[in-house]
Unconditional design. Sequence first.
Length: 189
Amino acid sequence: MSGWWPPVRQTVEVRVHRTFAFVDLSGFTAFTESQGDDEASRLLAGFRACIREVASDHGVRVAKWLGDGAMLVGVEERALVAAVLDLARRVDESDWPLGVRIGVSGGDVIVFEGDDYIGGAVNLAARLCAIAQPGETLATPATAAVAPDGCECTNVGERMIPGLSHPVPLVRLGLGPAVGEATLAAEQQ
């Protein structure tokens, strides 16, 4: 059985500290079914344009597109948290028919093959996005601690996260008045 695997080149393990967010349009499959592919494509194009603009505004990177969602990565935790709050605000204030679910976590990870990441922080952010309700942003307490001024942080207690063996303490990040705009102005000074 070992003969069919191609030879694997040894890669260098590089550990870095990063913050990750997974964002997802909640209900996109049902929307596509009820509204059709053309309308779903228009909605997704608008959502992706909004994500690109927010990422650019806050100095974070879209690491990958995931169908009706995305994985964002930031070197500066505060900038990534501000970016997802700004995204949530823009979606909330728009007339979009779907809400966005967001999960945020930070920590040390391995840079894999130069452009991907492996580690607990990535996995946890993805899992938090999966359990978040439409319009909800879930984060770890450490990540919530760097939230911008005006962000409403609500402790939601420990929750079992699918795929993890232990409960994880969680914080819901809420939108204060114009959190994204105030943070962007502060970052530009």
